[in-house]
Design a protein around this ligand. Structure first.
Ligand SMILES: *[C@@H]1O[C@H](CO)[C@@H](O)[C@H](O)[C@H]1NC(C)=O
Ligand SMILES: *[C@@H]1O[C@H](CO)[C@@H](O)[C@H](O)[C@H]1NC(C)=O
Ligand SMILES: *[C@@H]1O[C@H](CO)[C@@H](O)[C@H](O)[C@H]1NC(C)=O
Ligand SMILES: *[C@@H]1O[C@H](CO)[C@@H](O)[C@H](O)[C@H]1NC(C)=O
Ligand SMILES: *[C@@H]1O[C@H](CO)[C@@H](O)[C@H](O)[C@H]1NC(C)=O
Ligand SMILES: *[C@@H]1O[C@H](CO)[C@@H](O)[C@H](O)[C@H]1NC(C)=O
Ligand SMILES: *[C@@H]1O[C@H](CO)[C@@H](O)[C@H](O)[C@H]1NC(C)=O
Ligand SMILES: *[C@@H]1O[C@H](CO)[C@@H](O)[C@H](O)[C@H]1NC(C)=O
Ligand SMILES: *[C@@H]1O[C@H](CO)[C@@H](O)[C@H](O)[C@H]1NC(C)=O
Ligand SMILES: *[C@@H]1O[C@H](CO)[C@@H](O)[C@H](O)[C@H]1NC(C)=O
Ligand SMILES: *[C@@H]1O[C@H](CO)[C@@H](O)[C@H](O)[C@H]1NC(C)=O
Length: 642
């Protein structure tokens, strides 16, 4: 202050304010280097059907009237933002085709370049973009860009957020490029074809919060240096070919909230340091080859919401401290080698909605405390030696939507309390259940999947079955069900839900002809799988099956079916598999059926078919046609023409 006498200070103030006024009120016109760089970019755009660049024209000022272009006070372009999906009031989904012009590298003041979601930008990222020393934000995601990240990107030292996900980029991730992105906080490179390992220089990106490399072709093991990323919150390395074990250094990721390492080839056990990930909320390690036990101290991770570690080789008992994870909503442990009992402490998980522990070696008895899980919606205990004997009565107090108890040692009849449950999925398959399919099954109107296969049920299908108007998948195979199938096809439909998707009624004692109108029933409109094999069905194959436009798999083997194969079957264009063996079918094989475009499996062996096997593109072995006295022609021996 003392340096300036009042008059000088006043003069300076006047001077400054006039400069500021000219800067703020009268911004400079667009710099010619910038406007020609942008026009050159527009020049390389071959299709712009929704006019994303319509306002960019030579006779107007790029700073004043070009949409998506923002300049600084000296007329230099700092922001270019023309994403394909943008939302002010309405969401406009648009596209733009063409390549990225190298001229963009001349926008030397650029801080933000957003050309994301334009869907049809092709070709490589020009190395000239490496000249943009001030660039903070680069968004080129959701396009069809190819090639690798240009080496010149080493010079993008101001980069804070880079998203190039969902393109077709390839090549290894260069360690020197990564190292130079000292200011980067978010790095999104997912859904490309990047290969090679994760460079260990990644550990130098001290301010990184998000690293997303999912769905690439990344291999090798995760570098130990990753543990240096003290600010990392989101890590997604899923769906790659990453091998090796989870580095011990992972414990250093104290800010990590989301950790997705699923669908890789990782081995080894979860390091003890795992329980230092005190911020972890979402943990996915599923579909790997991980071994060893869950850390005993897992209860320390108080923020954990979801644990998804199914399909690995984990062993040991489920640690009792898991009951301390009071934020837990979902626990997926299926298909591992967990043994011992389900710890009673799980009953403390008041927020638990999903408990899936199928395909392990868990033994009984089930802790009855689990009745306290009031939020539980989905329970899968299938394929464990639980020796349940009956479905525990206290299950009726849970408000489950999904209950799967396949091969858990249940015997006896379906308990009546099921009739008042709101279940949408019920799987009691592969048990020793007996008795009838009761009339009250018609009260279970929320059922969308019912699997009673591999049991000893013996009854006909009660009329009330028609009330299951949301049922889509029904599997009753390998029981002793008898009577007519008709009721099943007459099922009501609660449009748009409740159309059958799959029906497996095989290996039962169903009788009678297959209903002539089977393919015209409302319930059958979108069925994909229909398996009626190994029953005592007689009559002929209904031609209405040809009306099932989504049918991919039709299996009718080992019934007493007579008559010809209806040529209308050739109208079910989605058919990939037709199995009609071991019946009494006669006549010729219709051309139209054997030439179905998607047909890859066909079997009519053990019938009374005759005539020449029609020409077909797919390769079927001779065993598909064997033991039909009158059939001839490739792949069987040639026909004897008179
Ligand atoms: C540029 O835009 C102005 C105003 O929108 C328009 O009048 C003019 O015809 C355009 N020029 C070209 C070359 O498209
Ligand atoms: C450029 O975009 C950034 C990030 O969206 C924004 O913060 C900045 O205000 C914009 N600059 C101008 C001059 O509009
Ligand atoms: C960049 O600007 C320079 C100088 O204005 C010009 O000569 C050059 O052609 C421009 N480069 C591109 C790729 O447009
Ligand atoms: C990075 O910038 C420097 C100086 O501008 C230049 O000499 C060098 O070639 C650039 N590096 C790459 C890889 O483009
Ligand atoms: C993935 O990388 C391996 C080599 O590591 C290569 O053999 C394979 O072709 C790549 N796959 C794809 C889809 O790029
Ligand atoms: C079906 O489920 C809904 C909730 O999705 C529930 O309100 C309804 O009571 C259930 N119906 C039956 C018959 O359980
Ligand atoms: C029913 O359960 C058996 C195993 O017990 C399984 O193989 C089959 O796929 C299941 N069916 C459906 C429709 O889920
Ligand atoms: C089946 O539904 C009808 C009406 O759709 C109803 O009158 C009948 O009580 C239901 N039967 C059972 C067993 O739920
Ligand atoms: C089935 O529903 C009917 C009508 O809603 C009801 O009268 C009957 O008691 C129910 N049966 C059982 C076993 O819950
Ligand atoms: C197939 O469906 C059409 C239209 O609903 C119907 O006219 C025709 O009779 C059906 N075909 C057979 C063989 O049932
Ligand atoms: C066709 O069915 C017969 C009888 O079940 C079987 O022996 C044969 O292997 C089957 N062939 C093919 C190709 O599926």
């Amino acid at each position: 202050m003392a340096l300036f006498t009042p008059p000088i200070s006043l003069a300076l103030l006047t001077l400054f304010s006039s400069i500021f006024a000219s800067l703020i009120l009268k911004t400079e016109q667009c710099h010619p280097i910038d406007s020609s760089a942008l026009l050159e970019f527009k020049n390389k755009i071959t299709d712009d059907p929704s006019g994303i660049l319509q306002t960019w024209n030579q006779s107007t000022d790029c700073c004043a009237s070009w949409e998506g272009v923002q300049c600084n006070s000296i007329g230099r372009v700092v922001n270019v933002s023309r994403p394909g999906l943008f939302s002010d009031d309405i969401i406009i989904n648009t596209y733009m085709a063409g390549t990225l012009s190298p001229s963009l590298g001349n926008l030397s003041f650029l801080r933000l370049l957003d050309l994301s979601d334009l869907k049809f930008l092709k070709g490589p990222i020009p190395h000239e973009l490496g000249k943009l020393r001030h660039l903070n934000f680069l968004f080129l995601n959701q396009n069809q860009l190819t090639g690798s990240i240009p080496l010149s990107f080493r010079n993008l030292t101001s980069l804070k957020r880079l998203y190039i996900d969902s393109n077709r980029m390839s090549g290894v991730i260069d360690s020197t490029i990564v190292e130079s992105w000292k200011s980067i906080t978010e790095l999104g490179m997912s859904e490309n074809e990047f290969s090679g390992g994760i460079p260990s220089t990644i550990g130098k990106l001290a301010v990184l919060t998000t690293l997303d490399l999912h769905l690439n072709n990344i291999s090798s093991s995760i570098p130990a240096s990753i543990g240096n990323l003290k600010n990392l919150k989101n890590l997604d390395l899923s769906e790659n070919r990453i091998s090796g074990s989870i580095p011990t250094s992972f414990g250093g990721l104290s800010a990590l909230e989301v950790m997705y390492l699923d669908h890789n080839r990782m081995t080894g056990s979860i390091p003890d340091s795992f329980t230092d990930l005190v911020s972890l909320q979402f943990c996915r390690l599923s579909e790997n080859r991980l071994t060893g036990c869950l850390p005993r101290s897992i209860g320390k991770l108080k923020d954990l919401n979801r644990i998804v570690i199914e399909n690995n080789h984990f062993t040991g008992e489920i640690p009792s401290s898991i009951g301390e994870l009071t934020s837990l909503t979902d626990l997926y442990l299926s298909n591992n080698h967990f043994g011992g009992k389900i710890p009673a402490s799980i009953a403390n998980l008041r927020n638990l909605q999903t408990l899936e522990v199928s395909k392990n070696r868990l033994s009984g008895p089930l802790p009855p405390q689990l009745v306290k899980l009031k939020q539980l919606q989905s329970l899968d205990l299938s394929f464990n030696p639980l020796g349940l004997v009956s479905i525990p009565r206290w299950f009726s107090k849970l408000s489950l939507f999904r209950l799967l108890l396949a091969q858990t040692g249940i015997v006896g009849e379906l308990p009546r309390w099921l009739s008042s449950s709101a279940l949408s999925t019920l799987d009691l398959s592969s048990n020793g259940m007996t008795g009838k399919l009761p009339h009250w099954i018609g009260n279970m109107t929320n059922l969308s999947l019912l699997n009673l296969s591999n049991n000893g049920f013996h009854s006909s299908i009660p009329n009330e079955f028609r009330n299951l108007s949301l049922l889509m998948d029904l599997d009753l195979h390998s029981n002793k069900f008898s009577g007519n199938l008709g009721i099943i096809f007459l099922k009501r439909v609660n449009d748009p839900r409740g159309f059958y998707s799959s029906l497996d009624l095989s290996r039962n004692m169903f009788v009678g002809p297959i209903e002539e109108d089977i393919g015209n029933h409302y319930s059958m409109e979108s069925i994909e799988t229909l398996v009626l094999s190994h029953n005592s069905l007689g009559g002929s194959i209904p031609s209405s099956l040809g009306n099932l436009s989504r049918l991919t798999r039709l299996e009718l083997m080992e019934n007493g079916l007579v008559g010809e194969i209806p040529q209308e079957l050739g109208e079910a264009l989605e058919l990939t598999s037709i199995v009609l063996s071991s019946n009494k079918l006669s006549g010729r094989i219709p051309d139209k059926v054997l030439s179905l475009k998607k047909l890859s499996a066909f079997n009519v062996s053990e019938n009374d078919l005759s005539g020449e096997i029609p020409p077909h593109k797919a390769i079927f072995p001779a065993s598909s046609f064997m033991n039909n006295k009158g059939l001839c022609g490739s792949p069987l021996p040639p026909c004897k023409h008179h």
